[in-house]
Design a protein around this ligand. Sequence first.
Ligand SMILES: Cc1cc2nc3c(=O)[nH]c(=O)nc-3n(C[C@H](O)[C@H](O)[C@H](O)COP(=O)(O)OP(=O)(O)OC[C@H]3O[C@@H](n4cnc5c(N)ncnc54)[C@H](O)[C@@H]3O)c2cc1C
Length: 510
Amino acid sequence: MLGGVRPSGARRSWWLREALAAEAAAAPHLASAAPPLRGTITADVAIVGGGYTGLWSALRIAELEPGARVVLLEADICGGGPSGRNGGFATNWWDEYPALLRRYGEDGAHVVGEAIEEAIDMVGAFCAANDVDAWFTRAGSLTVSAAPAQDGAWDEAVDALRGHGLGDRLVPLTAAEVAARVRSPVLRGGVFMPAAATIQPAVLARGLRRVALERGVTIAEGSEVVEIDGQRPGSLGALGAGARRAPARRPNGVGLRPVRIRTRSTAGDGEVLAGSAVVALNAWAAAWPWFGRRLVTWSSYIVLTEPIPGRLEDIGWTGGEGLADARFTLHYLRTTPDGRIAIGGGGGRAGFGGRIGEAFTDALDDARHAAAGLRHLFPSLGDVRIEDAWGGPIDISADHLPWFGSVRGRPIHYGHGYSGNGVAPAVVGGRILAARAVERADDPALALPLAHGRPPRPFPPEPVRYIGARLIREAAVRRESLEERGRDAGPVLRAVSRLPRRLGYRLGPE
Ligand SMILES: Cc1cc2nc3c(=O)[nH]c(=O)nc-3n(C[C@H](O)[C@H](O)[C@H](O)COP(=O)(O)OP(=O)(O)OC[C@H]3O[C@@H](n4cnc5c(N)ncnc54)[C@H](O)[C@@H]3O)c2cc1C
């Protein structure tokens, strides 16, 4: 079914190739507007990582402090990582409501849920205001059971929301109501999240880059950060040494020494001396000793079909809704304006020690899991040609939610742990990190409980983390695949796949 197509690997995702082609046609000068850093420069704020988190942070700093000298350092090109590779679902966190209640209590959960919902508005507003044609489509998102074992996977969230007067945020659908939006013999009942949107992810990333450049942010692409304040990536991770929540304002005198960041590029070595730093590295953060033990890196693959607008009409999926099944190793699908389906997930694999290598971009077997998911969920589309495939790394945290903090005693602020849901949360993350970087203690973003959470519990050290994650992943995939075919997974697979939850991690099937 992959039709000879290999995942892009070092090549760009289909989204990013499309975005770069449109950019080259409309504004060719932009390609060379972010040359690698060479020599030493000073800055008020240095940002490490040119995905959504880094770019939203840069834009917010430019808004809060128009005169600030902001330098963004990106090893690849902006959007070369998951921000230009993801599924393009801008979903909110109402389906995470029970976890939000546990983390933040009732008031906090509500406030955080609203903030992520507003972030989806902000993505749409940014695109409209800046002429970024990222296909922002607010058609909602469906989570649908594709097997009896998945039925009611959303019940706890629906009940909790109803109990707090938020029942309209996540609306249960009968099988007939699901079929009115999309038809398949496999799909059963589901739940609808009305406020969710889909986007062309790489167009958004490149649009953020363009606007950041227009607002005076210096961007150095092809500039790999190899040292921050004396710390280098590559350690297997002490227990997040020094990475703790810090007060929004620095205590007197602490942090006045500039943050020294060293880079490496084809142009030579570079150095930034900055008043503060934002570390927006997503899965790559797992390689840095400050953060390593709090993240598991995980691969996710997407395949893209040829345009099939007529076939989408046949199955009634013409409303633009995002769609996911209710597996833990979920499949997520969305359509494109020219009538393609992009489907991702279905498996993925853990990385070792925070290293992001070819397993995250070139594992053909994992792309096949996504393609098999399309065949399973829509048997009538079994003959549809797959035209592209690509993968990328996800930064999994113990409670499946991101967190934002600062290195103890230093003006180095970080955010990661999106766990595969970062499109909308990164907007909020950027606001939190920007307010910290320019010390705006009164900024509303810093009043959010999300800005003050304790870091999630650490994962075991390597190699236990890697071996454990692999075993549990195999058990979860096998269990969910059997259950999908109506078969009993048996007590051993069930017990192993439930192990993370028994150990207090919000990961793996129930
Ligand atoms: C296949 C896939 C599908 C996904 N689907 C969805 C989805 O549908 N909806 C959703 O909400 N989320 C999704 N996600 C997750 C989402 O893409 C991320 O949460 C989000 O992009 C995180 O943005 P970021 O800026 O924090 O990280 P990134 O986009 O990863 O940016 C980090 C950047 O840091 C750079 N970098 C790394 N090391 C260095 C270094 N040493 N020096 C300088 N730069 C460095 C990288 O090149 C990268 O560009 C998906 C992820 C993947 C992989």
